[in-house]
Design a binder for this molecule. Structure first.
Ligand SMILES: NC(=O)C1=CN([C@@H]2O[C@H](COP(=O)(O)OP(=O)(O)OC[C@H]3O[C@@H](n4cnc5c(N)ncnc54)[C@H](OP(=O)(O)O)[C@@H]3O)[C@@H](O)[C@H]2O)C=CC1
Ligand SMILES: O=C1OC[C@@H](O)[C@H](O)[C@H]1O
Length: 394
């Protein structure tokens, strides 16, 4: 077998998800059966200071040769960096991704891809004109669990998908010490739609926007309601009804994508020691249930009308570094294993190997379409971020 291709990563920002990503890069890909590529963290950049970048590398047990930069521009000039993972707030994705592309770097950019669809379209055009990889870091799409769900839909286990009910919420109520918090700060494009609603929409799209659909693909019709978080005016709860046109004796397919900053199915289920699915994908023959959290589920159930019940657990693989490695970030992960960001990193690495220019499970046209839908939802409720955040000027 040929030697694995080494993917040389740079990371922009030193916050919570940047740290989880750096730790996942350090996990040997062979622990998840990946032998054709491997990852190396070459450099991290902090917009605040080199000291912060150095501390970040230490806290992530990064390779000793990894470099710390005190600004983003210096990392983009590093010829050893093949691909940049952007882990800044939503407000900064457009600007940072454009900086990377203009510096000739491939890009894996955290979700939500941008603040609005126009920004996403401009980035896509830039990446295509430069023949660079541009990929939205919607990690959930790359989990083996998601592949299993997609495959069972394709095999027709539940019949055609008639309805999807998707809910992703966080338990943030009362937890904000001030209005500058990333989740609620309009200057950082905060609010639950861009942060959490994107997961509910991801599950709806994984189920209903499919290459192998028996039905012609047509854009969904969207209706929505938003409840604002009073102190800052961003959305604290958003509920979306999507109708997917199709030629079926049962009419169009429906989906509900719900999200909230304060209500958490996950927290309620844990507190009461019960398991309640957050995603239900329903067809005439039965349904696929996915258990919370929607962004990192580890359990599925298929329930069919013929009496079949199939439960499966999907622990994230890894070296078993002990519980608590990722605890306190992005939910409760009791397995003490990898976070799961390595799956999207593997897909980005394989894209570089194969010459592919977008993610295999979330192409750029779909990322743009989802941004268009989120624009529509925000416009219906009058949620517009400051001009400096919505702009396409650099
Ligand atoms: N896939 C997933 O599971 C998750 C994804 N995310 C996504 O990752 C992104 C970052 O979120 P998260 O890591 O939680 O955020 P954090 O607030 O923890 O970190 C953001 C980092 O961005 C950098 N930054 C640059 N400019 C600013 C600015 N003006 N204000 C604040 N920070 C700035 C900072 O690093 P520095 O000072 O070093 O430049 C900061 O540490 C978002 O897009 C979010 O949606 C978040 C959580 C989980
Ligand atoms: O992407 C995310 O997933 C986990 C959540 O805790 C976090 O708010 C969000 O950004």
């Amino acid at each position: 077998m040929k030697d694995p291709l080494k993917i040389r990563w740079g990371i922009l920002a030193t916050g919570g998800i940047a740290s989880a990503f750096a730790k996942d890069l350090s996990i040997d890909p062979r622990t998840r059966g990946v032998e054709d590529i491997e990852h190396e963290l070459i450099a991290v950049a902090s917009s605040t200071s080199k000291t912060k970048a150095t501390a970040f590398l230490q806290s992530c047990d990064a390779p000793s040769r990894a470099k710390a930069y005190g600004n983003y521009a210096d990392l983009l000039e590093d010829p050893e960096v093949d691909i940049v993972y952007i882990a800044t707030p939503h407000s900064h994705h457009y600007r940072n991704a454009m900086q990377c592309l203009r510096a000739g770097k491939n890009v894996l950019c955290e979700k939500a891809f941008t603040v609005n669809a126009l920004q996403a379209q401009i980035l896509v055009k830039e990446a295509r004109s430069r023949d660079l990889l541009l990929m939205e870091g919607m990690w959930t799409r790359y989990f083996p669990l998601s592949g299993y769900v997609r495959e069972n839909i394709s095999r027709g286990r539940i019949g055609d998908v008639d309805r999807v009910i998707a809910e992703h919420s966080l338990s943030y109520a009362g937890l904000f010490s001030d209005d500058k918090h990333i989740m609620i700060n309009p200057d950082l494009a905060g609010g639950i739609l861009l942060d959490g609603g994107i997961y509910s929409l991801t599950w709806v799209f994984q189920a209903l926007w499919r290459k192998d659909s028996h039905h012609p693909k047509q854009q969904p019709i969207v209706k929505s309601e938003m409840a604002k978080y009073g102190p800052t005016g961003v959305d604290g709860m958003t509920t979306v009804l999507l109708e997917f046109p199709r030629a079926s004796p049962f009419g169009n397919a429906h989906a509900v994508a719900a999200t909230s900053l304060g209500l958490s199915n996950d927290a309620v289920a844990i507190a009461n020691d019960v398991a309640v699915p957050c995603i239900r994908i329903q067809g005439q023959l039965g349904e696929i249930q996915i258990f919370p959290p929607a962004y990192r589920p580890t359990r599925t159930r298929i329930v069919l009308k013929d009496g079949t019940v199939e439960d499966k657990n999907w622990p994230q693989p890894g070296p078993g570094v002990g519980s608590g490695w990722f605890n306190g970030y992005g939910g409760v992960h009791s397995e003490g294993e990898g976070h799961g960001l390595f799956w999207e990193a593997d897909d980005a690495g394989r894209a570089l190997k194969e010459g592919r220019k977008e993610g295999s499970q979330l192409g750029l046209d779909e990322s743009v379409l989802i941004m268009e839908i989120m624009d529509e939802i925000r416009a219906a409720a009058g949620l517009r971020y400051p001009d400096a955040v919505e702009t396409t000027d650099l």
